[in-house]
Design a protein around this ligand. Structure first.
Ligand code: NAP
Ligand code: G4F
Length: 365
């Protein structure tokens, strides 16, 4: 049987790297679009790229940018893929308040640029298109559990740019009979998550503190609640959405909710100590109240979590919880990772990074 061909935008990101691994396992030929960067941005996929013996004819990287139609058109026209996964984005909500125009150009118009190319190719090939939509679209919606029918209420330039992409994807499906779907994914994390997203920031810094490499974790809104799953599993759902006969949009969520505060407490427990909280609002802090592992480089009563105004947003989404009944039925979706398993996976990798740095420091002394 002929290998299927996929293009992944955002291949150097968290989800792109997991999706590339999955598609290669399924015998796809994978073409990734990477943008030009002055420093190396392929660390999440180097293990695929380097493995030339096995993947030499199956894995390719191309320079391109969602801001640059010429590069996108050239790549898509040449490869004529079966599937395109549009994962590229300025994906940081807080940064979108600092760079609203750039965020909209990449996230909103970038999607339109790809859809136009697909539309113009539709007499040559029916390319299936996946759009990385987001639970941020729901924003301030009053409904507690959000599903495919919940009205959107975006609260940031990021969410607003993704709202355009959601609708333009749906419009192109309905207007031009294209196979285009929105995966409305709730937050998903992993050891490959960027360091400036809250979960990875917590596991990375707390493992460093417990190895004596740092003193404090500075954090913003402790009370924001999220529905956190594992990125590896969510990437598989993207693929599943494109295997259905009819294009449809899906919500993917664990249907369990935890606060940033809960995430910190569970991470401390996984590392081997207990944290307690004192104070209020900006003066609140977290201190070590019990230590279960005597090898940890921390002390009882040590103040390890402090609030820093810098990490608050002009407008935050306080409460996100999903309902993914449709995906459970039609995609056989059932999360294998719960919050504890997710944290265990992240702490394990970050602990190794911290221990490696300790060894390096010792060797340099
Ligand atoms: P990520 O780690 O931030 O990856 C974003 C990717 O987009 C990176 O490969 C980045 O390249 C690339 N990119 C950024 N601007 C680009 C441009 N102008 N042209 C081409 N590529 C560009 O994000 P992620 O967590 O994997 O998320 C993947 C997608 O799902 C994003 O669209 C995100 O908005 C969406 N999403 C994520 C979540 C989540 O919880 N993770 C939930 C719902 C939706 P560099 O490596 O060069 O920066
Ligand atoms: O980890 P976050 O930055 O993720 P956020 O804003 O929910 O966005 C992520 O998930 C979306 C899906 O819902 C994606 F579409 C998006 O691309 C991205 O992947 O922040 C989570 C919560 C927020 O309420 C934030 O205010 O954590 C709170 N928070 C508290 N202290 C912090 C911090 N967030 C960050 N990044 N850094 C902090 O120090």
């Amino acid at each position: 049987m002929k290998n299927k061909i996929a293009i992944i935008t955002g291949i150097t990101g968290q989800d792109g790297s997991y999706l590339a691994e999955l598609l290669l396992k399924k015998n796809y030929i994978v073409h990734g679009i990477r943008r030009r960067s002055s420093s190396i941005n392929t660390s999440r996929i180097d293990h695929l790229h380097d493995n030339k013996k096995i993947l030499g004819k199956k894995f390719f990287l191309h320079y391109g940018d969602l801001l640059d139609s010429i590069s996108l058109e050239k790549i898509i026209n040449k490869i004529l893929p079966d599937e395109i996964y549009n994962l590229a984005a300025q994906s940081h909500v807080k940064i979108s308040f600092d760079m609203p125009e750039y965020t909209s150009n990449v996230n909103a118009l970038g999607t339109l640029r790809i859809l136009e190319i697909i539309k113009n190719l539709s007499n040559k090939k029916r390319i299936k298109f996946y759009q990385a939509s987001t639970s941020e679209l729901f924003g301030d919606s009053v409904h507690k559990k959000k599903d495919e029918n919940t009205p959107f209420f975006p609260k940031s330039p990021y969410a607003t740019s993704k709202l355009f992409s959601y609708w333009i994807t749906k419009n192109y499906r309905e207007s031009y009979n294209l196979y285009c779907v929105n995966g409305i994914l709730f937050n998903h994390e992993s050891p490959r998550r960027g360091l400036n997203f809250v979960t990875r920031k917590i596991t990375y810094i707390l493992t460093r503190i417990s190895n004596g490499l740092e003193n404090k974790l500075e954090i913003g809104n402790l009370n924001a609640k999220r529905d956190w799953g594992h990125a590896k599993e969510y990437s598989e759902m993207m693929w599943k959405m494109l295997q259905l006969k009819k294009p449809e949009d899906f919500v993917i969520a664990t249907e369990k909710q935890f606060s940033v505060r809960n995430f910190i407490e569970l991470t401390c427990k996984e590392i081997g100590f207990q944290i307690k909280w004192k104070g209020k609002n900006l003066d609140e802090y977290g201190y070590v109240s019990r230590i279960f592992d005597e090898n940890l480089k921390i002390k009882i009563n040590q103040k390890i979590v402090v609030i820093n105004k810098r990490f608050f947003r002009p407008n935050d989404v306080e409460d996100l919880l999903g309902k993914s009944i449709k995906a459970r039925k039609k995609l056989n979706w059932k999360p294998k990772y719960n919050i504890k398993k997710l944290i265990k996976d992240m702490v394990k990798e970050d602990k190794l990074l911290a221990e490696y740095e300790v060894l390096k420091k010792k060797a340099n002394k």
